[in-house]
Design a protein around this ligand. Structure first.
Ligand code: ADP
Ligand code: ADP
Length: 231
C-alpha cells in the first residue's frame, strides 16, 4: 500500500542515556490521507517528523516509503517527494514570483498562478498590484502572517510532493487564517499524504487519522471524532 510507515522505530538523541525520544513507534501514514500528530511539548512530534524526512535515522526499526525500506542510498527519493511547511514561514524580501519559484525554477506561469490560487484565498491574489512581480516585505507590500503562510504553502505544493508535512504551520495564526489554510488542505486531501503536527484540536478536525504522542510513544490512535469525545 502507498504511504510512509514506521515499523518498531526507536530513537535516542544521546546513545548513552536510557531515555528514548521514540519508543517502538509503529504507524502508517497512508497516501491520500490526512494524519494529525498531536502531543504535549516534548512528546516527540518533531523527532517523528525528522525521522520521516530522513533527517535522523532510526536506531532500531525501519521506515518504509511505499513498502520500500529507506536506506542511505534511497533517502534522496524521499527528500524529493516531501514538502515541509514550518511554523515560521520563510520568505525572501523579493517578488512573489521569486519566492514561489525558488525550488521549482522551471515552473510555468500557469503553474505558479495555480499554486497561488490553490493556497491563497482570492482576496490575497487580488491584492497583489503587480501580480507575481509584486515585491513583498520592506520594499513592497506587507503580508499578514496568514498571507505569508499561504505563500509558503503555495511554494510547498508547487513541488507536487507525495508527502506534505505541516509542522505547527497554523499555530501562530488566528482562527480565520487557520480556516483558510484548512480549506486549502481540504482540496489537497486525496492527492497526497498530509501530515499535520499540531497542538490545538481545532487544527486537526479534518484529519482522517489522529495519533497522540506522549514521552516518545503512541498513546492513542484513531479518528478525530473518537478522540475528541474523550478530551
Ligand atoms: P515535540 O516536538 O513534541 O515538542 P521533540 O521531538 O522536540 O518533542 O522532543 C522529544 C524529546 O526529545 C524531548 O524530551 C526533547 O527534550 C528531546 N530532544 C529533542 N531534540 C533534541 C536534541 N536535539 N537533543 C537532545 N534531546 C532532544
Ligand atoms: P524577523 O523577525 O527577523 O523579521 P520574519 O520571519 O518576520 O523575521 O521576517 C523574515 C523576512 O521577511 C524579513 O526580511 C522581513 O523584512 C520580512 N517580513 C517580515 N514580516 C513581513 C510581512 N508581514 N510581510 C512581508 N515581509 C515580511
Amino acid at each position: 500500500e502507498k504511504g510512509i510507515e514506521c515499523k518498531k522505530v526507536f530513537f535516542r538523541y544521546n546513545k548513552k542515556a536510557n531515555t528514548y525520544a521514540m519508543k517502538n513507534i509503529d504507524v502508517f501514514f497512508p497516501s491520500n490521507c490526512m494524519t494529525a500528530v498531536i502531543g504535549k511539548s516534548g512528546a516527540g512530534k518533531s523527532t517523528l517528523v525528522d525521522l520521516l524526512m530522513g533527517l535522523n535515522r532510526p536506531e532500531r526499526g525501519e521506515i518504509l516509503l511505499d513498502g520500500i525500506q529507506l536506506t542511505e542510498r534511497n533517502l534522496h527519493s524521499l527528500r524529493r517527494s516531501i514538502s515541509y511547511v514550518p511554523q515560521d514561514p520563510f520568505l525572501f524580501n523579493t517578488t512573489v514570483r521569486e519566492n514561489l519559484s525558488l525550488i521549482q525554477p522551471n515552473a510555468s506561469e500557469d503553474q505558479l498562478w495555480d499554486a497561488l490560487r490553490f493556497a491563497a484565498a482570492d482576496d490575497f491574489v487580488k491584492r497583489l498590484p503587480q501580480g507575481l512581480d509584486t515585491l513583498i516585505g520592506d520594499r513592497g507590500i506587507r503580508l499578514s502572517g496568514g498571507e505569508r503562510q499561504r505563500l509558503v504553502l503555495a511554494r510547498a505544493i508547487l513541488r507536487e510532493p507525495t508527502i506534505l508535512v505541516l509542522d505547527e504551520a497554523t499555530s501562530a495564526l488566528d482562527s480565520e487564517n487557520e480556516t483558510n489554510i484548512q480549506e486549502a488542505l481540504e482540496k489537497l486531501k486525496g492527492k497526497m499524504t498530509i501530515i499535520i503536527i499540531a497542538h490545538r484540536l481545532s487544527t486537526i478536525r479534518n484529519a482522517d487519522q489522529v495519533i497522540v504522542l506522549d514521552k516518545g510513544e503512541i498513546i492513542q490512535q484513531g479518528e478525530f471524532r473518537d478522540l475528541a469525545k474523550e478530551q
